[in-house]
Design a protein around this ligand. Structure first.
Ligand SMILES: NC(=O)c1ccc[n+]([C@@H]2O[C@H](COP(=O)([O-])OP(=O)(O)OC[C@H]3O[C@@H](n4cnc5c(N)ncnc54)[C@H](OP(=O)(O)O)[C@@H]3O)[C@@H](O)[C@H]2O)c1
Length: 297
């Protein structure tokens, strides 16, 4: 089984300004891919772009998109720009993620972790499907977490407005990544050339849990992350999924490192996955002002 050479392939990576996403962008660029990085901040994006360009070492020059993935209108705008200028997309890595100890609502009325960690990959991936289907053998890799094992979907209150715990919101969003990916496979059907994978990076030493300012959970993260691997370790595993032969990627859906494994019991509930898809569509539509801002129960 031959690997898919990434040379000249177009790879869109969200969360490419730091941690695992930046390392993924570098790993893909070092394999000759044409990387389109996505970041929310112009200065951090410029720095990251320079780092990815160094990794490309004379290969395709990385391009960058500035997008706040917490805002569905910006995700929609990103997808529209990519659709307007690309003929196909070989690899989409949904890596951006956030943890917020305190509940935050976007101007569109969405809880931040659900918006950035789940709804953004949902909207971006489904919007870019025509480009992915136009590629010879596309990959959609969404970065979840072992935290999904502890998560459940709060169907009546996904924004956790009645009672918020940062960890509950994070675990819910990471379970949503898995349910979404499995439902995507079902909707693409058996004849598709698009391969879908969920990547569990394990504990990685990144700044994710510290970005919310000083709090007990950020102090806890500062200590805990020291036991984590450098971001290059999960990045290499994600690059492996991007270039592994189609048949091999098709043998598993949830990947820890380079090995497929079982995900949580709840993640296999097909009815829940279909329900989450419908709920996500409704929440995105409401955020974009096309529906009343109330998720279906
Ligand atoms: N680190 C771990 O141990 C671990 C374990 C399991 C799963 N994960 C998952 O791995 C992924 C990457 O996390 P990480 O540890 O590498 O954290 P990180 O270093 O904080 O990277 C997160 C990335 O997401 C971006 N991002 C956050 N909010 C955004 C928004 N509103 N719009 C656009 N981009 C946004 C960040 O941008 P800025 O650079 O501007 O902040 C950054 O590029 C996440 O999905 C996380 O859930 C991490």
């Amino acid at each position: 089984m031959a690997s898919m050479s990434l040379e000249g392939r177009t790879c869109l990576v969200t969360g490419a300004t730091s941690g695992i996403g930046l390392a993924v962008a570098c790993a893909l660029a070092s394999r000759g891919a044409r990387v389109i990085g996505v970041g929310r901040d112009a200065l951090r994006s410029e720095k990251a772009r320079a780092e990815v360009a160094r990794a490309a070492a004379g290969g395709p020059v990385p391009e960058w998109e500035i997008t706040d993935l917490g805002l569905m209108r910006e995700v929609e705008g990103l997808a529209a720009r990519i659709l307007a200028r690309e003929g196909s997309l070989d690899v989409l890595v949904n890596c951006a993620g956030v943890f917020t100890a305190r509940r935050r609502l976007s101007p569109e009325g969405l809880e931040t972790q659900f918006a950035v960690n789940h709804l953004a990959p949902f909207l971006l991936t489904t919007s870019l499907l025509p480009l992915l289907e136009a590629a010879p053998e596309a990959r959609v890799i969404t970065v979840s977490s072992a935290s999904h094992f502890y998560g459940r979907i709060h169907w009546r209150d996904p924004s956790l407005s009645a009672f918020y715990l940062g960890l509950w919101a994070y675990e819910q969003s990471k379970l949503a990544n898995v349910l979404f990916s499995y439902e995507l496979v079902r909707r693409l059907g058996p004849g598709t050339k698009v391969r879908v994978a969920v990547a569990d990076p394990g504990l990685a030493n990144t700044a994710m849990g510290k970005k919310q300012g000083l709090s007990p959970s950020s102090l806890f993260w500062s200590l805990r992350r020291r036991a984590g691997s450098p971001p290059s370790v999960p990045a290499e595993a994600i690059a492996f999924l991007a270039e592994a032969p189609r048949n091999l990627v098709g043998t598993g859906l949830y990947w820890k490192g380079k090995a497929a494994m079982a995900s949580s019991r709840l993640s296999y509930r097909e009815a829940d996955a279909a329900r989450l898809w419908a709920m996500s569509e409704a929440m995105v539509e409401a955020a974009l002002g096309r529906l009343p801002k109330k998720p279906p129960s």
